[in-house]
Design a protein around this ligand. Structure first.
Ligand code: B1M
Length: 222
């Protein structure tokens, strides 16, 4: 079991998407994250474990290498595509079989920020926990959040940011949401975000991880 999860992490690390992808040249014709994730599911490994011990481990290594200037932006992009290929197989398992949703949540990565993998994972947990998720994508300005809140009337909004330069945009967005829709709870998260920051900008809750975010969201229902 460990072997296949290690292989998945490695494929993310080197940006091997699937069997037919030509990158990297020395792995031409070999399975990539796409096929290996399917095989892991067939082996009966839980989607949670594949995500936590395969996909996310690989992406953490990519982050470390990028920080140390061992790899560059195109390599990170290949890794992101490889991760997305795996997530596509996992997402149906995180979806709730329940047709009756607990409520709605509007999520998005804040303006200026193009990182969407973590936000998508959080969205998958919300769906799996019985919430109807309206995902506005990346680079989402305050107006887009507010228009979506008007249209969908959610219980809560989830804001994600991965950059220290974009987490500050959360403040403007949170303030505008609170000014126009004080009843809508705001949950924030993403690597540079902290509980102190959440308190400072007037968000209702902060979680460093998807399960914590789901627990907080469920708590808004009670
Ligand atoms: Co960028 N990037 N990136 N990047 N990138 C980081 C974030 C960075 C830490 C890399 C590094 O230097 N080590 C660094 C940020 C430094 C900083 O600000 N402190 C960085 C940088 C600098 C940049 C650019 C500026 C690079 C450049 O252009 N020179 C640029 C910015 C573009 C922009 O946004 N305007 C850039 C671009 C990119 C790509 C587009 C190439 C690509 C994103 C592709 C995509 O998302 N489709 C990318 C990637 C992949 C990364 C790293 C390597 C991985 C991010 C990721 O997907 N992690 C990242 C390094 C790292 O994180 N180790 C890095 C996996 C994911 C599962 O984790 O996103 O943290 P994460 O989400 C977690 C939690 O944070 C939490 O739960 C998630 C699931 O576990 N969470 C929430 C997230 N949102 C939440 C919301 C919640 C609750 C929890 O409630 C609502």
């Amino acid at each position: 079991m460990n072997k296949i999860l290690k292989k998945i992490a490695y494929c993310i690390e080197i940006g091997k998407i699937n069997k037919s992808s030509p990158h990297p040249p020395d792995m031409k014709g070999q399975d990539g994250t796409d096929e290996l994730t399917l095989k892991a599911i067939e082996l009966g490994i839980s989607p949670n474990e594949i995500l936590a011990k395969g996909l996310i481990v690989g992406m953490q290594r990519v982050g470390e290498k990028f920080r140390n200037n061992e790899i560059f932006l195109p390599d990170v992009l290949m890794a992101a595509r490889s991760m997305t290929a795996g997530m596509e197989h996992l997402s149906p398992y995180f979806m709730s079989g329940d047709v009756k949703y607990k409520g709605k949540i509007v999520i998005g990565t804040v303006s200026g920020d193009l990182h969407d993998i973590g936000k998508k994972i959080v969205g998958m947990f919300f769906e799996g926990g019985g919430w109807d998720v309206i995902d506005l994508g990346v680079d989402v300005p305050a107006e887009k959040f507010i228009n979506a809140i008007k249209e969908h009337k959610p219980h809560a909004t989830g804001l994600s940011a991965l950059l220290t330069t974009t987490m500050i945009n959360m403040e403007k967005i949170a303030k505008q949401i609170k000014a126009t829709h004080p009843e809508v709870k705001i949950i924030i998260g993403g690597a540079p975000v902290t509980k102190e920051f959440a308190d400072k900008i007037g968000a209702d809750a902060y979680s460093p991880d998807p399960q914590g975010a789901l627990d907080l969201l469920n708590a808004t229902c009670t």
